[in-house]
Design a protein around this ligand. Sequence first.
Ligand code: NAD
Length: 449
Amino acid sequence: MATAIAKKPAKTKSGEMFYSPIFDELGLPSDPANLYRETVGTMLHAAEMMGLPHELQIILAQPKNEIMVHFPVKMDDGKYKLFKGYRVQHNNALGPYKGGLRFHHDTHLDDVKSLAFLMTMKCSLAQLPYGGGKGGIKVDPRKHSRAEMERIVRRFAAAIAHDIGPDYDIPAPDVGSTAQHMAWFADTYCTITEGSGKNGMAVVTGKPVEIGGSLGREKATGQGVIDVLEEMLPEIGLKNGLKNATFSVLGFGNVGSWSGRLAQDRGGKMLTVADHTGAIKNDKGIDAADLAAHVVKAGGVAGYKKADKVTLEQFYKTKVDVLIPAALEQMIGEEQAGWISCKVVAEGANAPTTPAGERILNANGIEVIPAILANSGGVTVSYFEWLQNKSAEAWDLEKVDTLLNKHMVRAAGVTRLARKKHNCNLRTAAYIAALERLKGAYEVRGIFP
Ligand code: NAD
């Protein structure tokens, strides 16, 4: 690990970790803290290290299509409200666009672009036959009744129905969206495309099992995080993997709660958890399954009786072996990175660590397992769901779990090899491995015309 940390990029004059002339060539946002500039910058840093041709760097630094829609929906009180929806299709050189739908009141185009870009990298690293996409609606699902959410999801599906498809662009759940939302989305798409001969149900993954969802999809992202941790912890200094390891979780939704429950099943002890409602801590351990049940009822970790309420700063400062960020982007900046005391950060969330935060973590000897590796279990089981839909099969859970583990171990292995070859940190290595596969595809496909 020591060599990887020594190779950290130095800060440039603009205060960011890496500057590429491509930022200006493509007119990317000039703010060094802009999420899109940060995420693309990380890729361009890796691209430069491996000598990726300029034409591929500029192609990958922008999405192919950015779709924005506005649509009216009738609220329960009879009034209409206008919503904004997005679908960004970043790249499809390796296969159909693939990526989730975020339902969050603070969703912006740059966030969706960043997440779509990360999906291209993730699917490439995971050796899936997919490109990258992402979408969402600017909406707070907690503020709408079930009936309103159904109308919002269906109206959004109708608005983008002609821009997606089971062999073209396949959405899935992300923050704020659920299997039920995917069911309404798929049903709307099937209604609109009825008679077209398309297998409409395969247009989204993360569906309920009753309509072709895969067993194991709900826990897949958390399970992938745990599979990668078990694979990599011994070389990070935890010989027994998660057994007797302490850990903390930031965000206790789908990814966070499943990561917590599965880490606990492997013998780990969860000391502290934070989400949008607050932070809690218990040095004797917090039962992850019990907390997950509380969160379902209470809407967040606040009010959980078997742990003490703490500040966010105390959450970050709690000494643990493993920290699993599983909430939103940019939650580990310079300040939080300085507080963190752990051996490894396993990114369950997408882009939770800023480049400046990562520099501090690395300098403090903390390894970061990047999101494109750590959280690729979700899209991997989405791929299994899509395969099952296309072949009209239903796999048992054992098959899903076994194949998922194989994919995660392979992605970890490819990342490890790239790190050895380029003597860099794990994030740069994962990007290099992803870029190598994309480069190979472009070499044989060529660039039209
Ligand atoms: P979710 O909606 O189920 O949970 C989100 C969690 O984040 C909640 O616990 C919420 O309280 C917490 N949160 C929101 N704002 C917060 C704040 N300001 N401070 C602290 N916590 C906050 O979403 P999810 O599906 O678990 O996704 C979490 C992350 O994982 C996202 O980055 C998402 O893109 C990524 N991800 C999800 C999947 C998946 O399969 N669901 C797959 C890959 C990556």
